[in-house]
Design a protein around this ligand. Sequence first.
Ligand code: HEC
Length: 125
Amino acid sequence: MFSKKEPKVIITESKVYKQSEMAALMLKMYQANLENKSLILEGKTPNAFPEEFINIHTAKLTDPSDRNASFKVFSEMYLNTFQQDFKTEKDSLKAKHNNTIYTCIACHKTTCIGPIPKIKKLLIQ
Ligand code: HEC
């Protein structure tokens, strides 16, 4: 479960690092969008908006200096765009889903470029 006090310790190859709250949240966001991608491809409506994602405004970052003015703007943009996914006609689901993924990428270009290739896989071609 998601715990604020005990960050999960991840062991990869030789390095051990503590996963930040934000990294844990991002992985959930990734998972949710991956599931929605499959649902949309099957012609189904996406899962409900997980309220937990609002924690993007507060979750602790590996590098706290990432949370600057533009980070706040990108967080709002992401949440607003994502919420649109659930208030749309079926035939525009694909475009709305892709808009959400573009907001993920927009923020990542300014903060954390590493996961961008992985995030691009969430786009529906
Ligand atoms: C407001 C900026 C912002 C938005 C929007 C954003 N990210 Fe992130 N993301 C980050 C930052 C910063 C990190 C690094 C977090 C850390 O290390 O504390 C990160 C980390 C990640 C990681 C790596 C997690 C790990 O450690 O393995 C993935 C995957 C990820 N984001 C996917 C996504 C997806 C998918 C979306 C959209 C649904 C998204 N992000 C939206 C800023 C953002």
